[in-house]
Write a new protein. Structure first.
Length: 239
């Protein structure tokens, strides 16, 4: 294989679900790259509210970060329903949110981030983009093995070989807990970005958009809400 060229340093594709983490990652990317596109995935998730939330967050990003509004490029939504039907979990079918006999939570969708990266890399190739940005992290205690830095490094290495493109994987939240994610969001966009995260982003595993808390909408009972709430109050206490 011939040596890969240097990656384009002025454009990025953000894996964007519309949750807190990917919202902060989108803001992070807008600070750094001249052109930022987003990609979402319809993998048959039970709560399609996630797909609605991501559009509202995108629409609100220009107001939250006006100096960078012109950098936000096209949005793409890819159909991965077939994958979701195979990789069944509490996020794709009606089952309890609990720890399983494998030692992983029932919300774990096996290989989800790996599949997302394959599709994102294929899209990025056609969009002439080398830099992928994702909200994966090791410090949020999710227990998801496809959020580990070692997993992402291996996947990106395979994609470089398989597509012969100099992909770079940026995971700015990798070492942050949820308190740190809230702090980074505030650093990037101040109160405006925090208000956008609270009011429009979606994290709740149960798809609850009826109960508004200081940290955002959610059931206040599932693991995702628990992490988000604890992180918010820890961040506020540290201010």
């Amino acid at each position: 294989m011939p040596p890969l060229r240097q990656p384009h340093a002025d454009r990025a594709l953000v894996l964007f679900s519309g949750g807190q983490d990917s919202t902060v990652c989108l803001a992070w990317a807008l600070h750094r790259y001249e052109r930022v596109e987003t990609v979402g995935f319809d993998y048959g998730q039970r709560h399609s509210v996630e797909l609605v939330a991501r559009l509202k967050v995108r629409d609100g990003m220009a107001a939250a970060l006006p100096p960078f509004a012109g950098r936000l490029g096209e949005d793409h939504v890819l159909d991965l329903k077939g994958f979701g039907a195979v990789a069944q979990s509490a996020l794709t079918e009606d089952r309890a949110i609990e720890m399983t006999e494998t030692g992983l939570p029932s919300t774990f969708v096996p290989g989800r981030n790996l599949a997302f990266l394959v599709y994102a890399a294929a899209l990025a190739d056609r969009r002439d983009i080398d830099i992928l940005v994702g909200g994966m992290g090791e410090a949020d205690y999710s227990g998801y093995p496809d959020c580990r830095a070692s997993t992402l490094d291996a996947q990106i290495a395979a994609l470089r070989l398989g597509i012969e493109r100099p992909y770079v994987m940026e995971a700015p939240l990798m070492a942050l807990d949820k308190q740190g994610v809230w702090a980074l969001g505030y650093e990037l966009g101040g109160d405006a970005l925090v208000e956008l995260i609270v009011g429009e982003s979606h994290t709740c595993y149960r798809g609850d958009r009826t109960h508004l808390h200081p940290w955002g909408y959610g059931c206040d009972d599932c693991p995702a809400c628990d992490l988000r709430a604890k992180g918010y109050f820890a961040w506020k206490a540290a201010q």
